[in-house]
Design a protein around this ligand. Structure first.
Ligand code: T1G
Length: 698
């Protein structure tokens, strides 16, 4: 094991340099030499002050998540022990921060007497995103520096702040433009020379007083955050722990924080969210596209179509500072699209997530055209036109004629055969799918659809572009609906049958919201507009008894004030007796016997087929690993993060149980929706996991 800690002296200042690539996580093999260095320098009379800094791309980015649940995580010295020791050191200790001081990394810095950073540094406690709370004093020390309300929002959101804000909030004592370690040493020497009494953060109460005297504003903010936490335990624990920091003595609050931490780290929600942390990173590792495959350079993007999807896609590039040319068939359509984009930025300014200067800068990235020739200098062109093969082929034929050699040509199709689209060009190696999710400037997921001829460096380019526009990429193969929509179809297949057999839309939706989804399928349908699916079904000769009848009655959802629900105020769904009557009539017409349907049955007939379809997708190699499917569903379809995604959830639910129930419903209905995938049946027999099945297959 290389040395993870080196100690050096700059005259009377001791410098501890941490070096544990890639992100200086606080692994045991870093904690032990760190403690030893602190003990040595802490007791060396020749050393007047200590600077803790990091080598590599970042300051400590947290505890080592890979150690959680292993004995190494609990082996001494733990981070709380190191923090307690730091606060007893009788000479100034300065944390010198570059990159991201996150989680345990910021907690380590909070236990130092002073914190300095470079201008690009970021500071955050993102543990809530792992289903945890800061477990080494973060919820107790941070409020003492930045105040309880600021601490509450930083800890419950998990969103880091920049150096300028950290300085303004009192989190850091100085920010340096360059030579961070040199300036930190000078800062430390000055503090030592000052000889002022050292006040560890634990002893600073001044920012707690006002909230301690009147916690009403704090409690209101905490209640609001809890409301938004949707069954997740960590945000609630975070809020309670910050409140403890205000109301309880330091040591008591610290002990309570630790209790919360241990409860959460052993809990299923945190295991699920830690699974997603690593799954997101694994998803970026694509078979056949190694680090040696260099992405093509992308300096300018083009988007064809300025409608809802095209406009949102173009905004991603402008937001990332990449100039983007938007093409539309007519000037009117172009102006309409650009006006919508302008309004979207106005909303961001109104919400305070963007200022006027930022809006102007982003809008300056746009240029509009009705002439394909204006896309000739684009490095990547994404088509977002009507979802019809003939239209797609026409567009790609035109692109093939004007796009420069080496340009990446992508389709935002959500269902259609990317190989067919690629065949309408003479450069199928440069063609792939880049499937964005609505609203495209908000939703994190990007399904990158790899065609049979798509070149590895084109995939590498799409992955690099995804990172630049802050998307979570998952590479999938070509099939009807790719991963997300294909599984959505399996989940939706039984919805109509459930309604006809006796379940009410509100009952089905409650099963989904109880599960943790933001919205159930019927409320989601009403939000998206029932007419979209209706037109799609009619175009493909498919029917849905209830949904078609609603649309024939002009009930398209929120946009017409009624769909599966009534929307008296335009937004809040209320059950409508007219819909119940319509469903009963449709059931009567089909001679369907209606009965009471349990919530379990609803889950079994919707979520189990989805998992089953996921297994088929894995067997066909449409997805490289089960965790990729989890990332698709969590980032594109609102699958609750606390459950870790459908495949992770299925292993917890029990593959054996799922197979048994699918067999039951297959027997009872004869419908293919329930025909068990061979992989699922094998795992039920072997007790194996999706990951082990993949290892066996690779
Ligand atoms: N532990 C272990 N491995 C980690 C890690 C960590 N904390 N952070 C990153 N990695 C690995 C990651 O899996 C990947 O591995 C490689 O480093 C590069 O990461 C006590 C309990 C720092 C912003 O939540 O947000 O402290 O795939 O691809 O895009 O209260 O990593 O190459 O094999 O993400 O440049 C709190 C987690 C922990 C921060 C860099 N800290 N990390 O992003 O690189 S809990 C976090 C990040 C805690 C205390 C509690 C990001 C990053 P591989 P990457 P990046």
């Amino acid at each position: 094991m290389p040395d993870t800690v080196t100690v050096s002296r700059r005259d009377d200042i001791g410098v501890i340099m941490l070096d544990n690539p890639p992100v200086n996580a606080l692994s045991l093999h870093l904690r032990q030499p760190l403690m030893a260095a602190l003990e040595t320098l802490g007791t060396d009379p020749a050393v007047k002050a200590i600077v803790i800094a990091c080598a590599g791309r970042t300051f400590v980015a947290g505890a080592d998540i890979t150690e959680f649940g292993t004995p190494r995580a609990l082996q001494s010295p733990s981070l709380p022990e190191i923090c307690a020791f730091l606060e007893k050191v009788r000479k100034p200790v300065v944390a010198a921060i570059h990159g991201t001081a996150l989680g345990g990394g910021l907690e380590l810095a909070l236990a130092c007497h002073f914190r300095v950073g470079d201008a690009g540094a970021k500071f955050g406690l993102p543990e809530v995103k792992l289903g945890l709370l800061p477990g080494s004093g973060g919820t107790v020390r941070l409020p003492r520096l930045v105040g309880p309300l600021k601490a509450l929002s930083m800890i419950v959101s998990g969103t880091p702040i920049g150096a300028r804000e950290a300085l303004a909030e009192g989190l850091v004592d100085a920010v340096f433009a360059d030579d961070l370690v040199g300036n930190a040493v000078a800062f430390a020497r000055a503090k030592a020379m000052e000889g002022a009494p050292l006040v560890p953060v634990r002893d600073r109460d001044d920012r707690l007083g006002p909230v301690r005297a009147d916690p009403s504003a704090f409690d209101a903010a905490a209640a609001d955050l809890k409301r938004k936490s949707r069954k997740l335990e960590a945000p609630v624990a975070c809020a309670q722990s910050v409140r403890n920091a205000v109301m309880l003595p330091f040591e008591e609050a610290l002990a309570a924080e630790r209790t919360f931490f241990i409860q959460l780290v052993l809990g299923e929600q945190s295991k699920a969210q830690r699974h997603l942390f690593f799954a997101e990173r694994e998803a970026a590792k694509v078979p056949g596209v190694g680090a040696d495959v260099k992405p093509r350079e992308v300096r300018r993007a083009g988007v064809i179509g300025a409608g809802t999807m095209g406009g949102g896609i173009a905004m991603n590039f402008a937001n990332a500072g990449i100039p983007v040319t938007v093409l539309e068939m007519s000037r009117e359509a172009l102006d309409r699209g650009m006006a919508t984009i302008g309004r979207n930025y106005d909303i961001s300014v109104k919400r305070g997530s963007l200022d006027e200067a930022g809006k102007a800068k982003r809008l300056s990235m746009f240029s509009g055209t009705t002439d394909y020739a204006d896309l000739a200098d684009c490095d990547i062109i994404i088509e977002a036109v009507f979802e019809e093969m003939a239209v797609k082929k026409d567009v790609f034929g035109k692109l093939d004629a004007i796009a420069k050699p080496g340009a990446v040509l992508a389709s935002n199709t959500s269902y259609l055969d990317v190989n067919q689209i690629a065949q309408s060009t003479k450069r199928p190696r440069d063609v792939l799918g880049m499937h964005f999710f609505s609203p495209a400037n908000v939703m994190k997921l990007l399904e990158i659809v790899r065609g049979k001829d798509t070149a590895p460096d084109v995939i590498a380019t799409a992955l690099a572009v995804a990172r630049r526009i802050a998307k979570v990429p998952v590479v999938v193969g070509v099939c009807d609906g790719f991963v997300g929509n294909r599984m959505l179809a399996a989940r939706s297949a039984e919805l109509e049958n459930l309604l006809l057999e006796g379940a009410a839309p509100e009952q089905v939706d409650k099963v989904f919201t109880d599960f943790g989804w933001p919205m159930g399928p019927f409320a989601m349908g009403d939000l998206a507009g029932l007419d979209i699916g209706w037109r799609n079904r009619k175009a493909n000769g498919r029917t849905a008894a209830v949904a078609d009848a609603l649309c024939e009655a002009g009930r398209f959802g929120q946009k017409t004030g009624k769909g599966f629900y009534l929307y008296a105020d335009g937004r809040t769904p209320t059950p409508d007796p007219e819909v119940a009557a319509l469903i009963e009539a449709k059931a009567g017409e089909r001679g369907v016997n209606r009965r009471t349907i349990s919530d379990e049955e609803i889950a079994e007939r919707t979520i189990y087929p989805m998992v089953n379809e996921g297994a088929k997708i894995l067997e066909e190699g449409i997805a490289a690993r089960a965790s990729d499917i989890d990332i698709v569903w969590v980032n594109g379809y609102g699958f609750p993060v606390g459950e870790g995604g459908p495949m992770h959830w299925a292993e917890r639910e029990g593959v054996k149980k799922i197979v048994a129930r699918l067999d039951h419903w297959h027997g009872a209905t004869g419908r293919d929706t329930f025909a068990v995938a061979p992989l699922l049946r094998r795992l039920a027999a072997s007790g194996g996991s999706f990951a082990s099945a993949r290892e066996a297959a690779v």
